[in-house]
Write a protein that binds this ligand. Structure first.
Ligand SMILES: [Zn+2]
Length: 120
């Protein structure tokens, strides 16, 4: 069963996915940027541990893990939220897969029809 009426609908859904991905990446990167900007000021000092390994964890590892977590979560959740997954094989329709889907109207992975009106 197709997931979109036509290619324009599929394309606008993909654009919404990409817009939201930018916001998610911004939210994921914000703590790293904040720490980078604040690390040499006196404002962050009271919150940073004296122990070097715990300070490294607080200033680098946790914010980087947050960023990676946001990225992975959206990679999984974004296509579901915007209905950009093949109904037959659950392939994510992003990157080269959405390009192929917009050209052919079908899933590049399994060939399932994704749009009900391929030529509009
Ligand atoms: Zn498929």
């Amino acid at each position: 069963m197709p997931i979109a009426g036509n290619r324009e609908e599929l394309q606008s859904r993909h654009r919404a996915y990409e817009r939201e991905r930018s916001l998610v990446l911004g939210a994921g990167f914000a703590p790293l940027l904040f720490i980078y900007l604040m690390v040499h000021t006196r404002y962050l000092r009271p919150y940073v541990s004296e122990s070097k390994s715990i300070a490294l964890l607080e200033l680098l590892i946790l914010p980087a893990a947050w960023f990676a977590g946001m990225l992975l979560l959206y990679t999984w959740f974004g296509p579901i939220r915007h209905r950009l997954r093949c109904p037959r094989c659950a392939h994510r329709l992003v990157g080269t897969a959405i390009t192929a889907a917009l050209e052919t109207g079908s899933c590049a992975n399994c060939g399932a029809r994704l749009v009900s009106q391929p030529t509009v």
